[in-house]
Design a protein around this ligand. Structure first.
Ligand SMILES: Cc1ncc(COP(=O)(O)O)c(C=O)c1O
Length: 369
């Protein structure tokens, strides 16, 4: 690897995960393959903490989000969408394409979504067909209080759709306990595998809501009912409607086995230690994290750049001079104001955090700061 990956996903993957991507291509059906696929689904259920259905769609996380929103809603319906960053806005974009009537619950950039604001919005809009929100807003590294917001939706029996693309496996999340209805993640972040698969957990209530709306008219591939139909009708042979991406599944299984062998809680503790080390280090250099420590995201940290220095320059410097890939700010208002460091996955440790801090120190001194 010519450089160290420390962006907020995708992550570098473990050697054995990588080997699975290069293993011989197999048939995507038959008893031997089915056992591998079923094990992968069972491992995912452990990570989602659910006994509900889980499907794996071939496509990036956005394919899963598009499928979740399109499958659960019908054009013209009202949806309540949490928005406090780039990926909240992206959810709105998907909703617009489905012709939904969007009511947003915003919070100022830099602050988590507020459960009380959702309670008020639900009261004003008792006809809402779904609540849709991001768990970890990767653009700002802010963890939204999902369980509390979901509770407000649950009280009113409004189905909850969650974008957990960057949080599942790296931030506490309990699908069954928190009564989430559709939760979408992706292979390339805390699950420790290459990009290419969207993982989707679906509650019984979500299926009932979908089944009660036959006229949604939004296609075949990204229709979760299509995936359920094949999982049932072809269960013992080929439990999905298309050619499964077998190497990606093998790699995902390896990533999930590793995550569960370490334990999700242990991994979260480890990431939190890395986040604190980074926060401590940047403060010593005179820089400030974007959020206070009591709101830290275990898996990624956003940091303000020095005044007057576009953060893109820091990103380039670390890459050119230190072979470390971090990210700039995402979204117009943050683009050159913050930079982001990912510290999720098995491949990042204390030395890597220290290498980022060394690089930052050298950047600052090169600028006389
Ligand atoms: C919170 C969040 N949602 C959605 C996405 C989009 O995922 P993908 O690029 O896999 O489609 C990302 C990607 O970084 C993300 O972090």
């Amino acid at each position: 690897m010519p450089y160290k990956m420390m962006i907020p996903g995708p992550v570098s993957v473990e050697e054995n995960v990588l080997r699975e991507m290069g293993s011989p291509v197999r048939a995507h059906h038959g008893a031997e393959w089915l056992a591998i696929y079923k094990e992968t689904i069972d491992l995912l259920k452990l990570v989602f903490k659910t006994r509900s259905d889980v499907h794996i769609l071939i496509g990036s996380g956005s394919a899963g989000l598009d499928a979740a929103i399109g499958s659960l809603t019908a054009p013209g319906e009202k949806v309540i969408v949490g928005k406090n960053g780039f990926f909240g806005e992206r959810l709105c974009e998907i909703c617009r394409e489905y012709g939904l009537n969007i009511v947003t619950v915003d919070s100022p950039l830099g602050e988590p979504l507020d459960p009380a604001a959702f309670a008020e919005t639900f009261d004003h809009h008792p006809d809402a067909a779904a609540l849709i929100m991001v768990h970890l807003e990767t653009a700002t590294a802010i963890v939204n209080p999902l369980s509390e917001i979901a509770l407000e939706a649950n009280k009113r029996r409004v189905p909850v759709i969650v974008d957990a693309v960057s949080s599942l496996g790296g931030v506490p999340l309990e699908f069954d306990e928190w009564k989430i209805d559709i939760c979408v993640s992706a292979s390339q972040k805390c699950l420790g595998a290459p990009p290419g698969l969207a993982t989707v957990a679906i509650s019984q209530l979500a299926w009932e809501v979908m089944d009660a709306k036959p006229q949604r008219n939004h296609g075949w591939y990204l229709n979760l009912q299509t995936w359920r139909r094949f999982a049932e009708e072809w269960a013992e042979w080929h439990p999905y409607p298309v050619t499964m991406a077998t190497n990606n599944i093998l790699a995902l299984r390896a990533g999930l086995r590793s995550l569960l062998a370490d334990g999700i809680e242990k991994r979260i503790q480890h990431y939190t230690q890395l986040a604190l080390r980074l926060r401590d280090g940047v403060r010593k250099l005179g820089l400030q994290p974007f959020t206070p420590d009591d709101q830290l995201a275990p898996v990624a940290t956003a940091i303000y750049g020095p005044t007057g220095v576009p953060t893109g320059e820091i990103v380039h410097y670390l890459f050119d001079e230190h072979d470390i890939m971090i990210s700039g700010g995402l979204g117009e208002s943050l683009k050159d104001r913050v930079f982001r460091v990912g510290h999720m996955g098995k491949m990042i440790n204390e030395e890597d955090i220290d290498a980022v801090l060394d690089g930052l120190a050298q950047f600052l001194s090169s600028r006389g700061l």
